[in-house]
Write a protein that binds this ligand. Structure first.
Ligand SMILES: C[S@@+](CC[C@H](N)C(=O)[O-])C[C@H]1O[C@@H](n2cnc3c(N)ncnc32)[C@H](O)[C@@H]1O
Length: 389
């Protein structure tokens, strides 16, 4: 990930503009961590300044890191040039200049809430990695809409670039945990779900994406006759998943071993070279599911004084049955404004975010957070923390 090291560095007065970026403010934690809010090419992100004994390390903050790394790279370049920093070490001048334009294929949660209501015949790929399979499918079926879900930003960037290079128009890429996103989709709206070579987590099975709850959700979103195609190279993960599939009612299951697909993903190629067995489980949904209420985003409707939050702040983990909220750190912008860093949601699929406390507003930053059942419960814990501390 892009970063720069420097021995000497004088911070500017904020707000400050340079190049394609506006640096709006710095937020400082109790431990001295500094987050500089940068608005670059229409994207809000934090640059993080770590001071060590010998030098400064300036890099992108993980929670607010944009899906397209070129935007972060540009923000770092602008910050370097604004402050006339002479880096002793940096990787932000890579010769391969990636596109700075936000790809029209990259879709935010806001887009799905406002513009994507009740669409039918969607196809999903969960964890598309290098995107070979997703790109192949979308090219082959230009009249269908493919949603690609991925949390690994370099993979996202690679697929966005390929969509452009190959003129593919029917892929929507979402940088969000697939388990949470599934809960948002309308019932009976999906034709096919592909999940090829998820990380098997054979030594830490609790980290697997696949679980009974996950399969419940995939079945709910699949239309009658719709399929979930699960493919793995791990015998252990195959057996575990097969048992989880068996907990479902009104489905057909089809198991294949060493079946050839029309296209091999990058992972598949590796396993084939190693002559590993490959297992497929296809679940065919056989019943309509009940409709669910539309899921919106989490919002705060009350305001709170930042200075009172700051006075009472303590790091704490609040727990409910299967959900939690961890209030990690507090950052001050000025006496009326600041941020809390939080992680919260279901125990196994949590959100990481900031809560931005402004003069008359409290909002999650940088992303909209889907109001799934567990997120809503965890949000109540956060509200309790903010207003009844
Ligand atoms: C082992 S790779 C397989 C990639 C690709 N399907 C292939 O066959 O080459 C698993 C991918 O799943 C992604 N992933 C893991 N957890 C995820 C989640 N909760 N939501 C979406 N993607 C996830 C990872 O970032 C990774 O790219």
């Amino acid at each position: 990930m892009p970063n720069l090291h420097t021995n000497f560095f004088l911070e500017p007065l904020y707000p400050a503009n340079f190049g394609k970026s506006e640096f709006k403010f710095v937020a400082v934690s109790k431990k001295g961590e500094r987050l500089v809010m940068s608005h670059t090419q229409g994207c809000d992100l934090f640059l993080k300044i770590n001071k060590t004994k010998k030098n400064y390390l300036i890099k992108g903050d993980k929670i607010s890191r944009p899906s397209q790394v070129a935007i972060l790279q540009q923000a770092l370049k602008d910050y370097r040039d604004l402050n006339k920093i002479k880096p002793i070490n940096t990787n932000i001048d890579s010769k391969k200049q990636k596109s700075l334009i936000i790809s029209p294929h990259l879709k935010s949660i806001e887009y799905f809430i406002d513009k994507f209501k009740n669409r039918k015949n969607i196809l999903l790929e969960i964890g598309f990695g290098s995107g070979r399979h997703l790109l192949y499918q979308a090219k082959k079926n230009p009249d269908k809409i493919y949603i690609g879900l991925e949390i690994h930003k370099p993979s996202i960037e690679q697929v966005l670039r390929q969509c452009e290079l190959q003129n593919i128009e029917n892929i929507l890429v979402v940088d969000y945990d697939a388990r949470i996103f599934l809960e948002f989709l309308s019932s009976n709206s999906v034709e096919q779900i592909f999940m090829h070579f998820p990380i098997p987590w054979d030594k830490k099975p609790h980290r697997r994406v696949i679980s009974k709850k996950f399969i419940d959700e995939t079945k709910r979103v699949l239309r009658v006759g719709g399929t979930l195609e699960f493919r793995t190279d791990s015998n252990n993960c195959f057996k575990y998943s097969f048992n989880e599939f068996l907990t479902q009612q009104k489905i057909a299951l089809c198991v294949n071993k060493n079946q050839n697909l029309e296209i091999n993903s990058k992972y598949e190629e590796r396993w084939r070279k190693e002559e590993k067995d490959i297992y497929d489980i296809t679940m065919i949904n056989q019943e309509d599911s009940n409709k669910i209420q539309n899921i919106g985003v989490l919002k705060f409707y009350e305001t709170v004084e930042f200075c009172s939050v700051k006075k009472r702040f303590k790091e704490v983990t609040l727990r409910g049955d299967g959900f939690f909220a961890h209030i990690e750190d507090i950052f001050e912008i000025n006496k009326n404004e600041g941020l809390l860093r939080v992680s919260f949601g279901a125990s196994q699929k949590n959100e990481h975010s900031y809560i931005f406390i402004k003069k008359n507003r409290v909002v999650y930053f940088p992303n909209y957070i889907l109001a799934t059942k567990d997120n809503k419960k965890a949000h109540e814990l956060i509200k309790g923390y903010l207003w009844n501390m």
